[in-house]
Design a protein around this ligand. Structure first.
Ligand code: P6P
Length: 319
């Protein structure tokens, strides 16, 4: 069909006539994220050529060595979001504190919380990385809100192609960046996770450090003919889980009793997407989106994916 794949991201969002207050302004925020991610995609693609691989020389708030592209991606997102008239606060994995942009009284009605380049240590070996984002209302000038208050959530995966997976609370849609058009075009609407799939995804190197329930689950999976798939880049692992089913886990360990992944800009946006796609996203003791955040960079255990697979994990945790 000549008109195939010619619905752009903005056209699709406008056509949805979203039952959301300030929908037009929210679409502008997604547009700013789209612009930033298209710029980041270009930089990731040229990383080795433009000598922006490797470490930037500093550490982030978590004491992790910042990659050059982490810093660059964060600056690109801040630049694009600050120009968006309805953004009130930005918060990033690469910023120690939230960044005020404009008060609610001046139109800053949304908070945007993001991991500018998740999995960035994989760039040097050409493994998929991504931008993860969450949009919250700026009702009380704080980003410390439960994930169930998210107005939108999504990620952009910079892989063999550049994809955006997005929800505004009315289902999950998939867009592909068409390099010839220079824009994201709609390729799938209403993405639904398979109810079950014998795939589990976690870093088994830490097996002996997981609580016993996770070890019993792994024994069960090994006996049950499951496949193990783990990229070590959350965006890549969650994207495969969303499309093919299975379960992705980052459990607590003795070294990291709350797990490694961050609640506000990794756990919550991925949890909203998975739940909107008919899956389950839990900390092991409750929905991720119901956790009351106490600080910007707090971590959370993550178990998400096909509802029957997550139920299987929870069955072992509750034994
Ligand atoms: P580990 C990447 O550094 C990241 O934050 C996520 O993208 C990924 O899921 C996780 O860490 C991998 O952690 O401990 O398995 O190397």
């Amino acid at each position: 069909m000549v008109h195939e794949n010619l619905t752009t991201l903005r056209e699709h969002l406008v056509s949805r006539k979203l039952a959301l207050e300030h929908a037009a302004e929210l679409i502008d925020v997604i547009g700013a994220i789209s612009l930033a991610s298209r710029s980041i995609a270009h930089k990731v693609r040229r990383a080795r050529l433009a000598d922006v691989l490797g470490e930037a020389g500093g550490d982030n708030v978590h004491g992790e060595a910042q990659q050059k592209l982490d810093v660059i991606s964060n600056e690109v997102l801040l630049h694009c979001l600050r120009r968006c008239p309805s953004v009130g606060i930005c918060a990033s994995e690469e910023e120690d504190e939230a960044v005020p942009v404009r008060p609610l009284s001046d139109g800053g009605r949304f908070c945007v919380v993001y991991d500018p380049l998740d999995g960035s240590s994989n760039i040097d070996v050409a493994v998929s990385v991504g931008t993860i984002f969450s949009v919250l209302p700026n009702d009380d000038e704080s980003v410390l809100q439960r994930g169930e208050r998210q107005l939108a959530a999504g990620y952009v995966v910079y892989g063999s192609s550049v994809l955006m997976v997005l929800t505004l609370g009315e289902g999950v849609d998939l867009f592909v960046l068409d390099p010839d058009l220079g824009d994201f075009v709609l390729v799938q609407q209403g993405l639904q996770l398979p109810a079950s799939r014998k795939i589990y995804s976690l870093n088994e190197a830490y097996r002996d450090d997981f609580p016993g329930g996770y070890q019993r689950y792994l024994d069960d999976a090994h006996a049950g003919g499951y496949s193990s798939r783990y990229i070590g880049s959350m965006v890549g692992d969650v994207h495969r889980t969303l499309l093919k089913g299975g379960v992705f886990l980052y459990p607590p360990t003795t070294q990291a009793p709350s797990g490694k992944l961050r609640l506000l800009y990794e756990g919550n946006p991925m949890a909203m997407l998975v739940e909107q796609a008919g899956g389950t996203a839990t900390t092991g003791s409750g929905r991720i989106v119901e956790v009351e955040p106490a600080e910007l960079h707090q971590r959370t255990p993550v178990i998400l994916g096909s509802r029957e697979e997550v139920a299987r994990v929870l069955g072992h945790l509750q034994e």
